[in-house]
Design a protein around this ligand. Structure first.
Ligand code: UDP
Ligand code: MN
Length: 231
């Protein structure tokens, strides 16, 4: 029984985020494996850096495979990056995984997430009846992967990304037993606290995983739009 944190970096830009994420997981002494999915757009240098800190690096390339799912995906290039994320369901060498966007940072040990059921995620702050797909607990399964791809090809994604797709695939998430609803401290969308600064002041120190949503990422330099919780 092997469990793993899984992330994705399709290019060097996100690979930098993934590197910091992996170091953050090491710093909090996680007992689980670290796995990063990359594409061949990631440079050799960044790939070597990833290999030094992740337990496993796997290359995914939706355009370069012969299986029928990937052929179907080619007909929807608009959803390229979304489909790349779906590859995480193929990692059946693990019994359970937590997917983390490359723009997340683990500030306190969060290994208890692996006790959560498949599928678990935290509410999206923009529309809390839906979940944010930057952090989710899932069980890898080829069957689920095939169903997801089929669903994606047929229905597309209402927001053009993986979040819209996954919310339609798990439409009853809001009404599932509470174990499936991750507390906000596991996907603290940095910047969110501006809408409720008193709550941030009161609960910010409990944050375990920060998520730097939006086009401007902390590794782009000036980071006035984000603030990391004080610990
Ligand atoms: N991603 C990637 N390459 C891209 C865009 C996205 O590898 O060009 C991956 C990466 O893991 C990223 C995730 O997909 O964290 C979701 O994108 P992003 O975090 O930028 O979306 P946001 O959380 O800001 O909505
Ligand atoms: Mn993100």
């Amino acid at each position: 029984m092997t469990e793993a944190w899984v992330t994705l970096a399709t290019n060097d830009d996100y690979a930098r985020g993934a590197l910091v994420l992996a170091h953050s997981l090491r710093r909090v002494n996680t007992t689980r494996k670290l796995h990063v999915m990359i594409t061949n757009q990631v440079s050799v240098r960044l790939r070597q850096e990833l290999e030094a800190v992740f337990d496993a690096v796997s290359v995914v390339d939706v355009m370069d495979s012969n299986d029928p799912e990937n052929l179907a995906l080619i007909s929807r290039p608009d959803l390229g990056c979304t489909f790349t994320k779906l590859n995480c369901w193929r990692l059946t060498q693990y019994t359970k995984c937590v997917f983390l966007d490359a723009d997340t940072l683990v500030v306190q040990n969060a290994d208890e997430l692996f006790d959560r059921p498949d599928f678990s995620a935290a509410a999206d702050i923009g529309w809390p009846d839906t979940f944010n797909s930057g952090v989710f607990v899932y069980a890898p399964s080829l069957e689920t992967y095939h169903r997801l791809v089929e669903f994606a090809v047929e229905h597309g994604s209402f927001d053009g990304g993986d979040q819209g797709l996954l919310n339609e695939f798990y439409p009853d998430w809001r009404d599932l037993p509470s174990a499936h609803r991750l507390p906000f401290i596991y996907n603290m969308t940095a910047g969110a606290f501006y809408t409720y600064p008193a709550a941030y002041k009161r609960y910010g120190k409990d944050t375990k995983i920060v998520h730097f949503i939006g086009a401007q990422k902390p590794w782009h330099g000036s980071s006035a739009v984000h603030q990391v919780p004080l610990s």
